[in-house]
Design a protein around this ligand. Structure first.
Ligand SMILES: Cc1ncc(COP(=O)(O)O)c(C=O)c1O
Length: 368
């Protein structure tokens, strides 16, 4: 639980995020063989708890590799040929690049950056053409927009039998994600965001439906074959040598997350977002993401008029604090506060106070 963290958090990147001391220390445990009985029982115990975080009664697995590996694996393994990529920012665009680069026939349906994906646009696209898979991003870390995944998944189910591949990289364990209840086929999330483990692992689900489809896809690769992952996972292990120290850190964090409780964790993130929004409004900072679709884990903000966002990022760095700059096309105009993982209200208050002081020096009239 977050109260069990005893350091003040000054690291507010929208990933990687602050990792608690006990999780960092767990990584220094002596090495063991990944095919040993000891490791197998460790992994089986971890695997028993992961479905509670991913909200599935099916397989909840871990891969050594960052989220992009499982984005690519999901497309390679589960999409026979035709893929629809829903895009509204840099990471949803990445699904499109991936789909094309592995030889799928990929179409893209886009809404402007900062907007959530619109279920009715998805419906129209599915009426125009039959797709084997649809990709989407729940929480666009580049813009801070949260898309209505449950509603989009319902539309996809109404209009097609495409498998639904969802990136929850910066939402899982921060915002509600219901893999089973929302009918999602692959849900994936790297460990370096709201799970608060260092980068290098990806958690993911694979529904029975997706597994059946994958079985009919002929060239799934080796490192990208999700059925191979599932087979090894069910035996209590990995397809290759896993990043064992990161798994030790994950074990600590999964316990912390479950001790806090998923609902309580989502509520804490909602509270962090609300406080950031209230502060932003009172300081002349405006959200770059659309109202009603704002992320609870990352706030992507325009500074007050006349203030360079880099002055805030650099000013904070000089004070020992880290936040994110803008991403891609939005780099010159926005800054991003990652309020996710183990961040508490008191950590956020201290950060906001520092930004206030910086704003006073760089834009005195704008903040009065
Ligand atoms: C929403 C989202 N998807 C995918 C990725 C890619 O993750 P990675 O660089 O760990 O592969 C990121 C990284 O920030 C992300 O925020």
């Amino acid at each position: 639980m977050s109260d069990s963290v005893n350091e003040q958090i000054k690291f507010f990147l929208p990933g990687p995020t602050y990792v608690p001391q006990d999780a960092r220390e767990a990584m220094t445990r002596p090495m063991v063989g990944h095919r040993s009985a000891g490791f197998k029982s460790f992994y089986l115990s971890l695997a028993e708890r992961l479905p509670k975080v991913l909200r599935t009664s099916g397989d909840a697995m871990v891969a050594t590799g960052s989220s992009t590996l499982i984005m690519e694996s999901a497309v390679v393994s589960c999409a026979a040929q035709d893929v629809l990529n829903l895009t509204n920012g840099a990471f949803s665009e990445r699904w499109h690049s991936i789909s094309r680069s592995v030889g799928k026939t990929a179409d893209k349906v886009s809404v402007p950056w900062g907007q959530p994906m619109d279920p009715e646009i998805v419906r129209s696209a599915l009426r125009r053409k039959k797709y084997d898979a649809v990709t989407l991003v729940h929480n666009e870390t580049s813009t801070g927009a949260l898309s209505p995944i449950a509603e989009i998944a319902r539309v996809i189910r109404e209009e097609s039998d495409a498998v639904i591949l969802v990136d929850t990289v910066s939402s899982l364990a921060g915002a509600r994600v219901e893999s089973d209840d929302w009918g999602l086929d692959v849900v994936l999330a790297g460990t370096q965001k709201a799970i608060a483990v260092p980068p290098g692992l990806t958690l993911f689900t694979l529904s029975e439906r997706a597994a059946e489809r994958a079985a009919k896809v002929p060239h799934r690769g080796f490192y990208t074959d999700l059925l191979r992952y599932r087979e090894k996972h069910r035996e209590g292990g990995f397809i290759t040598t896993p990043a064992i120290p990161l798994l030790y850190a994950l074990d600590v964090q999964v316990n912390r997350i479950l001790a806090e409780g998923m609902e309580a964790r989502w509520a804490r993130h909602e509270q962090l977002y609300r406080r950031t929004a209230e502060w932003a409004a009172s300081r002349g900072c405006t959200y770059a993401s659309a109202e009603g679709a704002r992320s609870v884990t990352v706030s992507c903000l325009h500074p007050p008029a006349g203030v360079d966002p880099q002055a805030i990022v650099k000013g904070l760095a000089a004070r020992g604090y880290t936040i994110g700059g803008g991403y891609g096309d939005w780099k010159p105009t926005t800054f991003r506060i990652g309020h996710m993982g183990e961040v508490r209200g008191s950590d956020l208050e201290a950060l906001l106070l520092e930004i206030d002081q910086i704003l006073e020096t760089v834009a005195a009239p704008a903040v009065r």
